[in-house]
Ligand binder design. Structure first.
Ligand SMILES: Nc1nc2c(c(=O)[nH]1)N[C@H]1C(S)=C(S)[C@@H](COP(=O)(O)OP(=O)(O)OC[C@H]3O[C@@H](n4cnc5c(N)ncnc54)[C@H](O)[C@@H]3O)O[C@H]1N2
Ligand code: MOO
Length: 446
């Protein structure tokens, strides 16, 4: 009897064989979700010039000293400075320039008075806003009454106060989320070098499978796995290609896989890995001559050994296969066909592989401790690590730990319960029962 593998042994074996993808340069938005492989150095200061943080008036300090609503400082307005203005007027003693948020501070000005601290050039009480230049162009000239003094640089955002040239904006290894994409754009980077998203080809196998939307004949079922696995691959950060269902015929499956190798960084199949007479994935992939063999049936240069099929001490997900196939030694994970088994196997093995290809740590999902809620105790087969589906409630403010309640039973065909769950409950091999209130390990899913 061949060895039974633990979940960790199988995952470690997969990860040992997987190298991160070669970096490529991608346009900023295409790089979202990817890890940088370069330190990005700030080429120029941000902001690139001193600018106003308020809509108001650029003034000299001495001109508004001691100003109040009763005794306003009266200044002559010499023009408008909008964001993007290039030719700037010089503000001399007794003068002010109307200035908009983000516009460059003009020479001579030392601070900005917000429009609310002035009469807005109207000659009446405090203004609450400026009038649009198009409807009141005259407000850019004439006089403004300032009701409050300002201190030097007040309401001025200094050049370089965000980032200075030559500093590191983002370190290699940073995963680009929206805020990081924003920073790269702000410092002028249109493209960056990252580890790309892996292309994951998803195939399901089974002559009983029919595409959703098609009517079912006798003994047929809809193909759920190629959809759940494609969606899971996308959620993990991959670019998925759903090939769909392939009939239980080894030659068809082999040639389909061969055709797909060209666009795959990783292949995932479901079904056909158990001990049945039509377990086609096993049949198609367990022979060395399946891929890249020469005419003597020996692996050709650079070609791989066959996929190794294993029994894991795990439920669901007992039958698994892993190997490197084709001339590029493309990793392939063959998952069991029961839909819950396929999805749980994806979470435990394929998602880490996708993250390893993207060069992202940690490859495993974080876990939390939670108390088992509900009335009934959980039972688990001795010697098997069980991953039950659960609904996780995070801890309230005064609690150190959240709680988790099982959703549905342990049957690996229970897709409806899977769709209600948001977590896996990880029951170790040695544990065969867990009573309510006991601490368990939970893997929250997203
Ligand atoms: N004699 C034994 N029989 C089985 C064993 C065993 O050890 N001895 N293991 C069982 C376990 S555990 C699992 S898991 C399954 C795995 O079988 P396969 O990977 O060969 O999967 P299939 O036989 O192709 O399908 C299993 C089940 O799942 C349904 N299925 C398959 N593909 C899809 C799909 N794309 N969408 C929806 N449902 C799918 C399929 O119709 C079967 O009902 O083997 C057990 N048997
Ligand atoms: O291991 Mo199978 O995946 O239990 O249903």
């Amino acid at each position: 009897m061949s060895k039974t593998w633990s979940v960790d042994e199988h995952l470690e074996d997969i990860l040992r064989s997987i190298r991160p993808l070669e970096p490529i340069e991608l346009n900023l938005l295409d790089a979202q979700g990817c890890a940088l492989v370069e330190d990005v150095i700030v080429p120029a200061a941000l902001p690139p010039f001193d600018n106003s943080s308020m809509d108001g008036y650029a003034v000299r300090i001495a001109d508004v000293e001691g100003a109040s609503e009763e005794f306003p400082a009266v200044l002559s307005v010499i023009g408008d400075i909008a964001a993007g203005s290039a030719g700037l007027p010089t503000v001399s003693s007794g003068q002010a320039a109307r200035i908009m948020t983000g516009a460059p501070l003009p020479p001579g000005a030392e601070a900005v008075v917000p429009v609310e601290w002035t009469d807005g050039g109207t000659g009446s009480g405090p203004a609450d806003a400026m009038r649009a230049h198009s409807s009141a162009p005259q407000d850019a000239s004439g006089q403004v009454r300032v009701h409050r003094p300002v201190v030097p640089r007040q309401h001025v955002r200094a050049k370089g106060s965000d980032v200075r040239p030559g500093t590191v904006a983002l370190r290699a290894g940073t995963v680009l989320g929206p805020a990081q994409v924003g920073l790269l754009a702000a410092v002028g980077r249109g493209a960056v070098t990252v580890r790309p998203r892996p292309r994951v080809v998803v195939l399901s196998t089974g002559s009983e499978l029919v595409s959703p939307g098609e009517p079912l004949g006798p003994g047929q079922i809809h193909d759920a796995n190629s959809f759940v696995l494609t969606a899971a691959a996308r959620a993990a950060g991959a670019i998925p290609y759903r090939v769909g269902a392939v009939a239980d015929d080894a030659d068809t499956l082999r040639s389909t896989i061969e055709d797909q190798l060209i666009r795959a960084d990783l292949l995932v199949t479901s079904g056909g890995v158990s001990v049945g007479a039509y377990d086609v994935v096993k049949e198609a992939l367990s022979r060395v001559e399946a891929f890249g063999a020469d005419e003597d049936g020996e692996p050709a240069d650079g070609a791989s050994d066959a996929v190794e099929f294993r029994r894991l001490a795990m439920q669901p997900g007992k039958p698994q296969g892993f190997g490197l196939i084709g001339p590029d030694r493309t990793p392939i994970l063959t998952l069991p066909g029961n839909p819950v088994s396929a999805y749980v196997s994806f979470e435990l093995f394929v998602r880490p592989a996708v993250r390893a290809l993207m060069g992202q740590e940690p490859v495993r999902r974080p876990t939390v401790s939670a108390r088992l809620s509900g009335e009934s105790e959980l039972t688990s087969p001795e010697g098997k690590r069980q991953f039950l589906r659960g609904a996780y409630t995070p801890p309230a403010e005064d609690e150190e730990m959240g709680s988790v309640s099982p959703v549905g039973g342990s049957g690996s065909h229970l897709i409806a319960a899977l769709a209600q769950a948001d977590a896996l409950i990880d029951i170790p091999e040695k544990t065969s029962r867990v009573v309510p209130g006991r601490e368990v390990t939970v893997v929250p899913l997203d």
